[in-house]
Design a protein around this ligand. Structure first.
Ligand SMILES: C[S@@+](CC[C@H](N)C(=O)[O-])C[C@H]1O[C@@H](n2cnc3c(N)ncnc32)[C@H](O)[C@@H]1O
Length: 384
């Protein structure tokens, strides 16, 4: 083999970059500019009028009050402009991603195939064609990604993964209350460093990442815990293929497996550390406790379960932001966003049988671009 390793990064020509900058600008204008003006109007005019009508203060944790606020905002011209621009920019984003990938896919697929076919690979990929992929992923176009996470046209197709990652470069940083990291750092680095600081005695030899997606965070675990065997699962095959090629390109040996996080194929007590990043908010209200229970089941005594997700819980964010999030559920490919927001995570862990003394659910800041997370999990007692 001669020449540099094949490149899995996205290349845009001048026109693509200009369109991408326009879309990101539109998202910022909607989510930071217009939403901020609307929020001022909400605080100064709309909320006081509603409170006067109700004869009491609005309560950030009351779902009826959220409905009241949504109904009131729907009559506001500025809210409609925000909704329209947000919807439009998301559609434009996917149109641009699809157009660029029409040219880029042959190069990216060849790069991935190169990594899949290396004679001495560090990574393995085990797909399960018999897996019944949960409907929340199989039948939903999350983030309005065309075709969803499970679309594929051939046996080594990485298109779903390419779309997911490329789409992400034109999205989250333009939103409200999302998590952003500096170039070269991932949520995995943040979580792994937090775990090391909280549990200095934990020396994980087997790590499981659930819902790894395109594996944006997975190589961090190999870097942060070089002694450990890292296994990462997801139910979407095209995302896993991308994850595998990406980890190989990073020199991070990881075992990727297609599996359902709510019904793991691992024996009890298989792992020292189980992690996830932004998985819970894409699960149904039934799937979320099953995923937590499975993460707990496969944990060894003394092991740590640490999940990090979006910090959008009522009370933690105000009614105005909840109302905007409610819109995302119906119109912007985030069907489980409010189910996650309303989930009582500490209680879910209690109902699973996790002792209160072992569990945690805390807001944590990644200190980068205002990134905030709800981190939850537990350390399994050494003797149960
Ligand atoms: C928002 S993505 C996050 C991906 C990745 N952790 C990241 O931070 O980029 C959520 C991921 O969870 C996966 N997922 C959702 N439900 C799942 C399930 N029941 N079993 C396995 N994976 C699941 C989806 O396929 C998707 O890749």
């Amino acid at each position: 083999m001669t020449g540099p390793d094949p490149d899995l990064s996205f290349r845009m020509n001048h026109d693509d970059r200009a369109r991408s900058a326009f879309i990101v600008g539109l998202k910022k204008k909607a989510n930071l500019g217009i939403a901020a003006t609307l929020e001022s109007r909400f605080n100064d005019v709309i909320a006081p009028a509603l409170q006067q009508k109700l004869g009491r203060s609005l309560n950030d944790t009351d779902r009826d009050d959220r409905k009241t606020v949504v109904n009131a905002l729907e009559h506001e011209q500025l809210y409609r402009v925000w909704a329209h621009m947000t919807y439009l920019s998301q559609g434009q984003k996917w149109e641009l991603v699809d157009q660029i990938l029409q040219n880029e896919m042959p190069r990216l697929q060849a790069a991935a195939d190169h990594y899949f076919n290396l004679p001495s690979k560090l990574c393995t990929l085990t797909l399960n064609p018999d897996l019944k992929v949960p409907a929340n992923i199989a039948k939903t176009e999350i983030h309005r990604q065309p075709g969803g996470f499970c679309a594929e046209t051939h046996g080594s197709d990485i298109t779903a993964g390419a779309k997911y990652n490329f789409g992400a470069t034109m999205g989250p940083s333009a939103g409200r209350g999302r998590t952003g990291f500096k170039r070269g750092r991932s949520a995995g680095d943040f979580v792994a460093e937090t775990i090391k600081a909280r549990y200095p005695d934990l020396k994980p030899l087997r790590i499981l990442e659930v819902g790894c997606g395109t594996g944006r965070n997975t190589p961090s675990y190999k870097r942060q815990f070089p002694e450990a065997e890292v296994i990462a699962i997801d139910c979407a095959p095209g995302l896993l293929r991308w994850a595998c090629a990406f980890a190989e390109s990073q020199g991070a040996g990881v075992h990727f497996m297609q599996m359902d996080a709510t019904a793991l194929d691992f024996a009890d007590g298989s792992f020292d550390l189980v992690v996830s990043h932004i998985l819970g908010h894409e699960m149904t209200t039934r799937g979320l406790p099953q995923m937590i229970a499975e993460s707990w089941r496969v944990l060894k005594p003394g092991g740590v379960m640490f999940h990090a997700d979006v910090a959008i819980q009522p009370g933690h964010i105000n009614l105005f932001d909840q109302a905007l999030n409610q819109w995302q559920v119906r119109y912007n490919g985030e069907p489980f966003w409010m189910g996650w927001a309303d989930a009582d995570v500490p209680n879910l862990m209690r109902e699973i049988g996790i002792p209160d003394a072992a569990a945690f659910a805390e807001y944590m800041s990644s200190s980068e671009r205002g990134g905030e997370w709800l981190c939850y999990g537990a350390r399994k007692p050494k003797s149960t």
